[in-house]
Design a protein around this ligand. Sequence first.
Ligand code: AHR
Length: 319
Amino acid sequence: MMRCKFIGIMALALVAATGSARAADRLVVGFSQIGSESGWRAAETKVAKMEAEKRGIELKISDAQQKEENQIKAVRSFIAQGVDAIFIAPVVATGWEAVLKEAKDAKIPVILLDRGIDVKDEGLYLTVVRSDAVYEGQVAGEWLAKAATGACNIVELQGTVGASVAIDRKKGFEKIVSETPRLKIVRTQSGDFTRAKGKEVMESFIKAENGGKTICAMYAHNDDMAIGGIQAIKAAGLKPGKDILVVSIDGVPDIFKAMADGEANASVELTPDMAGPAFDALLAFKANGTVPPKWIKTTTRLYQPDTAKAEYERRKDLY
Ligand code: AHR
């Protein structure tokens, strides 16, 4: 009886010392996710859940439906709940200062996933886990500069307006185009990283470009828009991958299927595992104050049809 009373008192003391019962056992991370606009995004969410579970972390995910205002609300709600850390995949690069300052004042570390932000004070976040998206655009451009031997009119499907990855993927690709006089971007517009808008925009490009006959290549900032574009090319009676070359970014199973079927030519891989390195950085920071590098850079790799079938099989269940 005496022993039970003693354990009860100790438990109460622990709760008082840590501020809450759950802080004594599990780390709680709030994740403001952009939405589910692409296959890649859905995979990133799935991997984040798996990586959290592996480490015994409680992950609270809030879906922003591609709106920054929803992300800001979610971050404020995570602050009010007193989570141990906040992950944000920022839909656009600007407008983050005020809410990040609130998180900092509450002493809650913030880690950015897969996209960057424009802030004067980089101390507003602990680290960002993302690829070099300028380099991704360059890799796509270099592939095209080799694949298209003659003059080539390119149409570009851009990602979400204001998203760091859309800005950077455009910049990297344009660099190669400017160095290669044979290549010319004749049309460029946002397809908001979705398959439906990619299709819609490509349909309008085809109409404007002599039924698609004056288009040599389509560069899409992600695979989902490329898949939508491929549908539009086929509907116009042209052969994607042959009449119009297709190069995009992500490396999702559907693009490997399209490559295996001869309807796409190249994809630059972006790993969906952004949360794993973020959790590791957070755990080290919480354990002994280890400050991670400001940019945890993921690797970039170009894939082509030669390995498409095997890559599709390898990835189809993960995504
Ligand atoms: O920020 C990463 C990009 O966002 C992916 O390339 C795209 O598919 C997603 O929606």
